[in-house]
Design a protein around this ligand. Structure first.
Ligand SMILES: Cc1cc2nc3c(=O)[nH]c(=O)nc-3n(C[C@H](O)[C@H](O)[C@H](O)COP(=O)(O)O)c2cc1C
Length: 223
């Protein structure tokens, strides 16, 4: 697989087969992804990989937690700006329409949408999970480095025949997750990630998120 194929075939998978992921593979990918660049080579990412019995434990904690605290916990950061302007809000809206459209859940059926959203907290059935935390002292430049690491990791997963879904929804349960991972108070949770083999038959995997056209986000000067 070349880089273009890895980039083109990576997509957010929201329905996984129970097929386990080899421990050696995930170790290799987590290590290799650290070749991602970071400003000043600060390497601000910390990665927790969770599988096996520990993942089952987390899934059962979360099955209870989403019922106890359906709106989540006190959060450390806003996932989106309070006012998300156009065109960004339109892109977000389109994604919701595509996703829930492919699942056959109409916009008015908020309860069904919420129930489906809660599948995030079971990692969409994935057999492996990962969390990314970062020192609270880090600012926006270092947070962008986390993105470099995570995308590198997701592309390397493609090379291993694996699929993933980055999940910032975990940021609404930071207390539960950092307690589970025993994260020191000096670090905060950025996001989680579901990892495994896509269930191609799952309706949630049967659409492709659109992208803005080149002219909408790029300006070329002097060429
Ligand atoms: C940092 C980050 C967090 C995300 N969080 C979630 C999430 O919580 N739940 C989810 O279903 N998708 C999540 N996504 C997936 C995005 O919705 C997805 O990347 C976007 O719609 C583009 O689709 P694609 O990844 O299939 O190309 C996240 C993606 C990123 C990069």
């Amino acid at each position: 697989m070349n880089i273009s194929e890895a980039v083109a075939s990576r997509r957010s998978v929201r329905g996984f087969l129970p097929t386990p992921v080899d421990a050696a593979v995930i170790r290799r990918v987590v290590e290799k992804a650290a070749r991602a660049p970071s400003g000043g080579n600060v390497q601000p990412w910390h990665i927790d990989v969770v599988g096996g019995a520990r993942l089952e434990e987390l899934k059962s904690i979360m099955a209870r937690r989403v019922l106890e605290a359906p709106k989540g916990e006190a959060t450390d950061y806003d996932i989106y700006p309070k006012q998300l302007p156009s065109p960004y809000r339109d892109y977000r809206f389109q994604l919701g329409e595509q996703l829930y459209g492919s699942l056959g859940i109409p916009r008015e059926d908020k309860a069904a949408r919420l129930m489906w959203f809660a599948r995030n907290f079971q990692f969409f059935g994935a057999p492996l999970a990962l969390f990314c935390t970062v020192a609270r002292t880090m600012g926006p430049p270092q947070w962008s480095d986390l993105g470099m690491y995570l995308q590198t990791l997701m592309l390397l997963l493609r090379e291993e025949g694996l699929d993933s879904c980055a999940q910032e929804c975990w940021a609404i349960y930071p207390e539960t997750i950092t307690r589970f991972l025993e994260t020191p108070a000096t670090r905060m949770l950025f996001c989680g990630m579901a990892i495994g083999h896509a269930d191609e038959g799952d309706k949630a995997n049967q659409f492709r998120a659109e992208r803005a056209e080149l002219e909408a986000f790029a300006t070329f000067h002097g060429i």
